[in-house]
Design a protein around this ligand. Structure first.
Ligand SMILES: Cc1cc2nc3c(=O)[nH]c(=O)nc-3n(C[C@H](O)[C@H](O)[C@H](O)COP(=O)(O)O)c2cc1C
Length: 180
C-alpha cells in the first residue's frame, strides 16, 4: 500500500458483513489514512458506534439532521478524496440508482459530483444480488462512474453458496489504494 495519506469517507449499511468492514477501516487507519465513517441506522444494528469510534478516533455520522453542524453532508463531500460504501446493501444500491436521498448515505451520494472515486462493495444474499432491480441499479451506477468491488462468490450467512459475498478486507484495501 502507498503511504500517501488520504481522506476516506467510509460508509456502512445494514449487512451481516459490517463486522468484516471494521477490519477494512482498521487497516486503512493503520496505513495512515484519515477515515471518517457514516453508518445507516440499520448498520448500527450490526455493529456499535463505539467500534468505529475506537478504530478511527473520530465520531460516527448517522443522522443528517442531528450531527454536528448543518450541511455536514456537503462538507464531507468536499473533505473526502474517496468515498466507499462497504458493505453496500441491496437497499442502498437500489436507492442510489433511483436518486432517493432519504438518509445520510443516500443524501451524500446525491451531493457527490463524481469528480472523486466512489466505490461500492456489495454484500448480500445471492438472490438479492441476482434480482433484476439490483442488476439494473448496478448497471446504472456503473454508467455514472461508480466502481463496483466484487462481490465474491462463496459461503453466505444464510447457509447458501453463491455470488454476493463481500470481498475480503485485503482485496478491498488494495482496490482503495488503486483508486486513490
Ligand atoms: C441478520 C440480517 C442480515 C442482513 N444482511 C444483509 C446483507 O448482507 N445484505 C443486504 O443487502 N441486506 C441485508 N439485510 C437486510 C437489510 O438490513 C435491510 O434491507 C435494511 O433495510 C437495509 O438498510 P440500509 O441499506 O439502510 O442499511 C440483513 C438483515 C438481517 C436481519
Amino acid at each position: 500500500m502507498s503511504k500517501r495519506k488520504s481522506n476516506i469517507l467510509f460508509q456502512l449499511t445494514g449487512s451481516i458483513a459490517c463486522y468484516k468492514a471494521c477490519n477494512v477501516v482498521s487497516r486503512l487507519v493503520q496505513e495512515g489514512h484519515d477515515v471518517k465513517t457514516v453508518c445507516s441506522q440499520n448498520a448500527l444494528k450490526f455493529i456499535g458506534k463505539s467500534t468505529l469510534e475506537g478504530l478511527t478516533r473520530r465520531a460516527v455520522y448517522t443522522d443528517t439532521f442531528e450531527d454536528r453542524s448543518a450541511l455536514e453532508h456537503i462538507n464531507l463531500t468536499k473533505w473526502m478524496d474517496l468515498a466507499i460504501v462497504c458493505p453496500a446493501t441491496a437497499n442502498i444500491i437500489n436507492k442510489f440508482a433511483a436518486g432517493i436521498a432519504d438518509d445520510y448515505i443516500s443524501t451524500i451520494f446525491l451531493a457527490c459530483g463524481f469528480n472523486k472515486p466512489y466505490l461500492i462493495a456489495p454484500a448480500m444474499n445471492a438472490s438479492m444480488w441476482a434480482h433484476p432491480a439490483t442488476k439494473r441499479s448496478v448497471k446504472t451506477l456503473q454508467g455514472w462512474g461508480v466502481k463496483l468491488l466484487g462481490p465474491a462468490r462463496g459461503y453466505q450467512a444464510c447457509g447458501d453458496t453463491g455470488e454476493g459475498r463481500l470481498l475480503e478486507p485485503e482485496a478491498i484495501c488494495k482496490e482503495i489504494e488503486k483508486a486513490l
